[in-house]
Design a binder for this molecule. Structure first.
Ligand code: AFP
Length: 331
């Protein structure tokens, strides 16, 4: 990709997208999200760490930072001229922007995933899922692109348009320049990131964890989905899971805002993502805030988890239906 005489560090995000053959509208959209991230970083560094005085539809108190990051991203997408519909983990319904879907994209986003970790100065991130046209409720395999921005000791951006996964780092001019192209992960790993309380694990998940431990696999869990997935992706091995728990059959993480985009990226790197029974990217959301269990990372480790779960756990998790939430359709 780099021209002779130029190091790969001089390739910025826009140029990379163009050279990869990404169309103008999608290039513009991804670059607009990258621009928004610069304002989000600023609010993480200097913003109010308190609560916003509002709660989201899960009844969780929203942090001022969640609300701010959400506003920053929404405004940018709203003005981008290439977005048809958008939905945020912080909102309870789809926001229609343009009735004309032709050549436009629809975007689902978690503006600041792991925001409760900011007050203890741990890494957090923004997660983005992009579909062509108007529909945001398609199974994740139909995503046109997925990306995340990780706000850690350094700020990095990882994206895929279905042609490999690429990592960019923010330089001192606040530009994203290419760090690694076509990232791949191994088929079997030596680290695991287990979410959820262990005393609530089902027999299948418990047996899977014991198997990993007997193998000498190291535990690495930060409590932030973006840094934990980034670790698996960039170390090139490992498995993250937030399983079905005895009191939470659908786990914790949200299908449309967290799991679909990360599953897309991990599959693009040669890994796998499953809810224990089925590929995450084949799941059909019933409502915009559906959750699902997840096992994501090295292919063989995900297959092993599925094997233990199929053998030792009984029921496949059912979609979270018939809650008091609104049906996920743009009006
Ligand atoms: P918050 O956004 O509420 O901090 O949740 C973060 C998160 O959705 C995801 O980033 C983590 O992987 C997961 O929850 C951590 O959950 P536990 O706190 O139960 O470990």
């Amino acid at each position: 990709m780099a021209e002779p005489g130029k190091t790969k560090f001089q390739i910025d995000l826009r140029r990379h997208l163009r050279e990869t053959g990404v169309n103008d509208n999608l290039t513009h959209l991804i670059c607009e999200i990258a621009e928004a991230s610069k304002y989000i970083i600023n609010s993480i560094r200097t913003g109010d760490l308190g609560v916003a005085g509002t709660s989201n539809l899960y009844g969780e108190q929203q942090l001022a930072l969640d609300v701010l990051a959400d506003r920053i991203l929404r405004k940018r997408l709203d003005h981008s001229q290439v977005v048809a519909n958008m939905m945020s983990e912080e909102m309870d319904e789809i926001i229609p922007i343009s009735p004309d879907c032709d050549g436009k994209y629809s975007v689902a986003f978690d503006p600041l995933d792991g925001s409760s970790l900011v007050d203890v100065n741990l890494a957090v991130g923004t997660i983005i899922s992009i579909f062509e046209g108007c529909d945001l409720l398609l199974p994740g395999r139909h995503q046109a692109a997925a990306m995340y921005i990780l706000y850690g000791p350094r700020t990095t951006l990882v994206y895929s348009v279905g042609d490999g996964v690429h990592e960019f780092g923010m330089n001192n001019l606040m530009e994203y320049t290419l760090l690694r192209e076509s990232i791949t992960i191994e088929s079997k790993g030596n680290l695991y990131s287990p979410g959820g309380q262990r005393n609530l694990y089902t027999p299948g998940v418990e047996a899977f964890v014991s198997n990993l431990e007997e193998r000498g696999v190291k535990l690495r869990y930060s409590g932030g989905f973006v840094p934990d997935i980034n670790q698996v992706l960039l170390k090139g091995n490992g498995i993250f899971f937030y399983p079905h728990l005895q009191n939470q059959p659908n786990g914790k993480l949200r299908l449309l805002f967290e799991l679909n985009p990360m599953a897309f990226l991990i599959e693009q790197a040669g890994g796998a993502a499953s809810n224990g029974y089925q590929r995450i990217l084949d799941l059909q959301a019933e409502q915009i805030h559906d959750r699902a269990p997840v096992f994501i990372g090295c292919k063989e480790d995900v297959a092993l988890a599925e094997e233990f779960i199929r053998t030792l756990d009984n029921a496949q998790p059912q979609p979270e239906a018939k809650k008091t939430r609104k049906r996920a359709s743009a009006s």
